[in-house]
Design a protein around this ligand. Structure first.
Ligand code: 13P
Ligand code: SF4
Length: 350
C-alpha cells in the first residue's frame, strides 16, 4: 500500500516539474521502459524513432532520455549545442555495446583491410555501440543502423563497397544478410580474441559480410525449445521475434522485425488468435495492456536489467537537477565524425 502511495506522490511531483518546465523539456522514452515511465514521456519509440525526435526537436533546452546510455549519447550527438541531454541512470549501459571496444575494433579493421584491401570494406555499426565506433564509421565512409533499417543500410553498404563489416551484433547482421539472400558461405564471424578474427586470408577474401562476435543476452535467451513449446500449447498463434534473436529462433518464427515492427504487428493482428512475442518483457506487458481484446503472450520472460535501471525516483531526481546531473557529453572531435555516420543513417529510409 505504502509503495502505491509513494509511487503516486513521485508521479505527481514529476508531473509538477514537467508543467513548470513546459516546452523547455522533452522526455524521450524507449519502448522497453516500464509502463509508468513511458506514461510520463513526451514520445516513446525505438532507437531509430527517438534519434529522429532528438535530431528534429529545436525548442526543448533539456532532453531527458529514458533508455540506455548509447541511445542518450546518440541523442546528444544529434541535438543542438544549446540543448542538454540527461539520462536518469548513467549506469544504464548495454552489454552488447560493451562487446565492441573501439580500440579492439580499430585493430580488427587494420587486420581485415590488410587482407581485403581498404577500399573494399564498408564499416556499419549498430546503434547499440559507443560514440567512438560511430565516429570510426563516419571517418571510414560507413554508417550506423538500427534494427529497423539494417537491410537498407546493408544495401547502401554494398552500393559503396564489396564487403560489409558489421559490429557488434552478429545475430542482427546474420538475420539481415539472410533476408537479403546472402549465402552462409559468404559470411564470417570475427572473434576479436583470435588472429585474423579466427579466419583464414582466403575466408576473408571470399566473405561479403564480416560479423563481429557480439550478441544481446536478453534476446539470445529465446530458444527454439520455447518456440516449439508455445506452438504446441497455442497451435493457432502467430509468433513474432526481434532480429537480435538467433537465426534458429528467427527461422521458426512467423515474423521477424524491429521493435517498431513488433508494435505494429501486434496492432494489426486479428484478435481471434494469440500473438506470441520474443523481445523485452516490459514491451510485451505493455502491448498486452494496450490490446485488451487480443491475447499477447511472451515467448519467454526476458528483461533488460539496464533498461530497468531507469525508475520514477531517478527520473524525478534528474528533473530536480535539470541540466546538472548525468549530463551526457561527447568530445567535439568524436561528435563531428559520429554525426556524419548518424546523419547518413537518418537519410536512409527505414
Ligand atoms: P530498437 O533499435 O528496436 O529500439 O532496439 C534497441 C535494442 O536495444 C534492442 O535490444
Ligand atoms: Fe542492450 Fe540487449 Fe538491453 Fe537492447 S535488450 S539495451 S541490446 S542488453
Amino acid at each position: 500500500m505504502s509503495f502505491v502511495v509513494d509511487q503516486k506522490e513521485t508521479i505527481e511531483k514529476i508531473c509538477a516539474r514537467k508543467n513548470a518546465l513546459g516546452d523547455d523539456l522533452l522526455i524521450l522514452t524507449h519502448h522497453y521502459q516500464r509502463k509508468e515511465i513511458v506514461d510520463l514521456g513526451d514520445f516513446r519509440g525505438d532507437s531509430f524513432g527517438l534519434s529522429q525526435k532528438a535530431a528534429a526537436h529545436r525548442t526543448a533546452r533539456f532532453i531527458i532520455f529514458c533508455g540506455v546510455h548509447f541511445m542518450a549519447e546518440s541523442a546528444e550527438i544529434l541535438s543542438r549545442p544549446q540543448q542538454t541531454v540527461q539520462i536518469p541512470a548513467v549506469e544504464a549501459g548495454c552489454w552488447m555495446a560493451d562487446m565492441a571496444d573501439p580500440i579492439v575494433v580499430a585493430n580488427a579493421w587494420e587486420e581485415l583491410t590488410s587482407i581485403a584491401g581498404a577500399g573494399s570494406v564498408v564499416p556499419i555499426v549498430y546503434m547499440n555501440s559507443d560514440a567512438d565506433l560511430k565516429a570510426f564509421c563516419g571517418k571510414h565512409g560507413g554508417t550506423v543502423c538500427t534494427s529497423s533499417n539494417a537491410s537498407t543500410a546493408f544495401g547502401w553498404g554494398f552500393e559503396q563497397r564489396e564487403k560489409v563489416f558489421f559490429f557488434p551484433d552478429q545475430h542482427l547482421g546474420r538475420n539481415t544478410a539472410n533476408h537479403m539472400g546472402i549465402p552462409p558461405e559468404e559470411m564470417i564471424v570475427w572473434d576479436p580474441e583470435k588472429p585474423l578474427g579466427g579466419n583464414t586470408p582466403e575466408g576473408i577474401k571470399g566473405a561479403r559480410v564480416i560479423l563481429w562476435d557480439g550478441y544481446c543476452l536478453v534476446h539470445t535467451r529465446f530458444r527454439t525449445e520455447h518456440i516449439r513449446s508455445m506452438r504446441h500449447r497455442f497451435p493457432e498463434a502467430k509468433i513474432v521475434v526481434h532480429p537480435e534473436c538467433t537465426e534458429e529462433v528467427v527461422d521458426l518464427a512467423d515474423a521477424v522485425g524491429s521493435t517498431s515492427f513488433i508494435v505494429k504487428y501486434v496492432e494489426d493482428a486479428p484478435s481471434d488468435r494469440p500473438i506470441i512475442v520474443g523481445t523485452e518483457i516490459n514491451l510485451i506487458n505493455r502491448l498486452a495492456l494496450e490490446h485488451p481484446d487480443k491475447t499477447v503472450l511472451a515467448l519467454h520472460h526476458s528483461l533488460c536489467p539496464n533498461m530497468f535501471k531507469i525508475s520514477l525516483e531517478n527520473l524525478l531526481w534528474s528533473l530536480d537537477n535539470i541540466g546538472k546531473v548525468n549530463v551526457i557529453t561527447v568530445p567535439e572531435a568524436v561528435k563531428t565524425d559520429a554525426r556524419l555516420a548518424l546523419d547518413r543513417m537518418l537519410a536512409l529510409a527505414p
